[in-house]
Design a protein around this ligand. Structure first.
Ligand code: AMP
Length: 364
């Protein structure tokens, strides 16, 4: 894509989605409602997104021939997970527009680069230090103070690749357990709550944020989201402003999520950015039933070059994830008045696996 040749899809055109999980599935369903087709590329034959599209490519991300054929079948490429290999994105980008621009992944795939980028915008994060050895872990701990959170720079998710290091712990043992060569150490943030902003940025630079979401985690996995977050409007406005600045600075096209901590302070609560997800996000699932437009549709609109919608929230919304065996209760959820059940069609309910979610909307 160039400035003089922006993407402008028309109904009947095809979006290529890298990744076949529930996010790809819900993106494809949203695209279908707008008369757009999707082709999903995933190496996993059991991909939930394959069930809802007519055309699928089941191949490895390094399979250049399959990528070339896929590119030939689609009008634009997007992705539903942030760990798209750089070589995959580059192969596709040589043939078709990739949105959001794959260069963004260089920043968001690396926790250190991401923190440097966010703090470079003058936005607060936890204090952090680059760690690549036991010696630098000791130095980081001395500078930041303990407790602190040690995270692998790459490929961490849902708390994987993380360890808390406390006073009295042996840094050498914590470092060895993480089994990595590059990590960051973050000061432990005594947050009062966790929130996220789901923001969409269109090709024309317009940004639309959904109402701020409040998120409750268990075992590092999102369990429940509430919208709107129970925070003062002035803080919510700051949160939306942070997400808008990040999306704009990245020259982003599509939906992104910015996870933040609300930190208590003498002069009232303040915000710290924890993480950027360059994709639709679990904490935005409430928008499927709780708003006039969903995060999935906003993403499709953005990458199609269509106008973004102004989202109107329908009430107080709660989204409950069905994780692992939780999904066995789906029949009970089906009988709950006002509840909307979403099941992702995954055959095996492994512990910690996101199997579905339920939204409940109560009028304000
Ligand atoms: P992350 O993978 O960075 O999103 O971290 C997963 C979860 O771990 C977050 O949602 C927080 O609940 C917790 N966490 C991560 N980093 C910190 C931190 N620096 N201080 C306190 N809790 C954290």
């Amino acid at each position: 894509m160039t400035a003089s040749n922006p993407v402008k899809l028309k109904p009947g055109d095809t979006i290529g989605i890298l990744g076949g999980g529930q996010l790809g599935r819900m993106l494809a369903m949203a695209a279908g409602r707008l008369g757009l087709r999707c082709q999903v590329f995933s190496p996993d034959p059991d991909s939930p997104a394959f069930d809802v599209v007519q055309n699928a490519t089941c191949a490895e991300y390094a399979d250049v021939e399959a990528l070339e054929l896929f590119a030939g079948d689609v009008d634009v490429v997007t992705y539903e997970f942030e760990n798209v290999p750089a070589a995959t994105a580059m192969t596709l980008a040589a043939r078709r527009p990739v949105l959001p621009n794959h260069k963004i992944l260089e920043t968001t795939q690396d926790r250190l680069a991401e923190k440097d980028f966010v703090t470079g915008l003058g936005i607060a994060t936890a204090r952090y230090a680059d760690v690549s050895s036991v010696a630098s872990l000791r130095a980081g701990a001395a500078a930041i103070g303990l407790p602190a959170v040690l995270k692998t720079r790459r490929f961490g998710y849902d708390g994987k690749g993380q360890a808390i290091i406390r006073e009295g712990d042996d840094p050498a043992a914590v470092w060895a357990d993480l089994e990595t060569r590059s990590a960051i150490l973050e000061g432990f943030v005594p947050f009062e709550r966790e929130i996220s902003v789901i923001a969409a940025r269109g090709a024309d630079g317009t940004v639309e944020c959904f109402d701020v979401t409040e998120n409750k985690h268990g075992d590092h996995i999102l369990r429940v989201s509430h919208a709107p977050a129970a925070i003062p409007e002035s803080l919510a406005a700051q949160a939306r402003d942070i997400a808008t600045r990040i999306a704009t600075a990245l020259n982003y096209i599509g939906v992104l999520a910015v996870e933040m901590f609300v930190v208590p302070g003498r002069d009232g609560p303040t915000l710290m950015v924890n993480e950027i997800a360059p994709r639709v996000h679990n904490s935005g699932h409430w928008t499927l039933d709780g708003a006039s437009v969903s995060q999935f549709e906003q993403h499709i609109r953005a990458i199609a070059g269509w106008p973004l919608a102004k989202a109107i929230r329908h009430g107080q919304v709660t989204m409950t994830n069905l994780i692992g065996d939780d999904v066995l209760g789906y029949e009970t959820w089906l009988t709950v008045p006002g509840a909307t059940v979403h099941l992702y069609g995954k055959a095996v309910a492994r512990p910690g696996r996101k199997m579905g979610h339920v939204t409940e909307v109560k009028p304000d």
